[in-house]
Design a binder for this molecule. Structure first.
Ligand code: 13P
Length: 281
């Protein structure tokens, strides 16, 4: 069942666990994620970046593929198809019009008032169609920014102001996490995380889930995080398995065998991650 993230994240917030957002890159990953989450009987959010959507042929290709897969594979868990880091109103609108059930509008590169205006436009369009909206406050850097000044942490005041002026459905406050691998230990601001969680009633999202040690994930969930995004971890896990397979199977040329050699590794990794998140239906 393709749904927005509201019910799954509100339940996670109330019961103190996290729902995973796994980013998809192609048909095979989508299939592995859906099959494994269905087997584990947990809800899942499929994250699609603008770049990944373009790679796969566009938003309509992605949503048609996901819908068809849910039907053909008899997937019974709630699945949310979510645009990750939408960069403009037009991009969010295009994803929604193509059948996505959720969008993130990332106005983090703008000053707060502009971020609010942009986010509000997306919320007004999305909410008419029961589509959920996530926004970002502060700036979540890439791994190249780690331990540098490019990470701009969110403040409690800015989070409250953005929420009150937009009525978004979830918020990703930048509190020290980065996309990609960390150089050294991630330094997450759990105190502000808790304060934001107590001040606004919507679920909080942790971006840059790859490489955060288990005890910090647990602490983040107990500080109010209800959705955790994972991309790099599955990419690295898949690449390692495929590289090993190719190294010892020099003669193989069937792409199904090559791509498929990462299937078990991805599925095992998902099972491990959601045990830490304590994800449930
Ligand atoms: P990682 O690539 O660090 O797992 O982050 C994923 C993410 O936050 C997508 O929005």
């Amino acid at each position: 069942m393709l749904v927005n993230f509201n019910d799954m994240l509100q339940k996670a917030k109330k019961e103190h666990y996290a729902v995973p957002q796994f980013n998809i890159n192609n048909l095979e990953w989508t299939k592995y994620i859906l099959e494994e989450c269905n087997k584990l009987n947990i809800p899942v959010i499929l994250g699609v970046s603008e770049g990944a959507a373009k790679y796969m042929g566009g938003f309509l290709v992605v949503s048609s593929m996901v819908k068809a897969m849910i039907k053909s594979l008899k997937i019974e868990i709630p699945v949310c198809l979510h645009l990750d880091h939408g960069s403009s109103f037009e991009s969010c609108k295009d994803a929604i019009d193509a059948g996505f059930t959720s969008v993130m509008i990332d106005g983090s590169k703008y000053k707060l008032s502009e971020n609010i205006n942009l986010t509000k436009m997306v919320v007004d369009y999305a909410h008419q169609k029961q589509i959920s909206v996530e926004a970002e406050v502060g700036h979540i850097g890439g791994s190249e920014d780690n331990i540098s000044s490019n990470i701009l942490n969110a403040t409690l005041e800015d989070c409250i102001t953005l929420y009150e002026n937009t009525k978004i459905d979830s918020l990703a406050p930048a509190l020290g996490s980065v996309h990609g691998f960390y150089k050294g230990e991630p330094n997450l601001d759990f105190k502000t995380m808790k304060e934001i969680n107590e001040a606004i009633p919507i679920p909080l999202v942790l971006h840059g889930g790859t490489g955060i040690p288990e005890e910090k994930i647990v602490q983040a969930i107990s500080s109010g995080i209800s959705k955790i995004n994972i991309n790099t971890d599955l990419q690295a896990t898949w690449s390692k398995a495929v590289r090993e397979y190719l190294n010892s199977n020099n003669e193989v040329y069937d792409p199904r065998r090559i791509i498929g050699s990462g299937e078990d590794a991805i599925k095992n990794k998902i099972a491990k991650i959601v045990t830490i998140f304590k994800t449930k239906l």
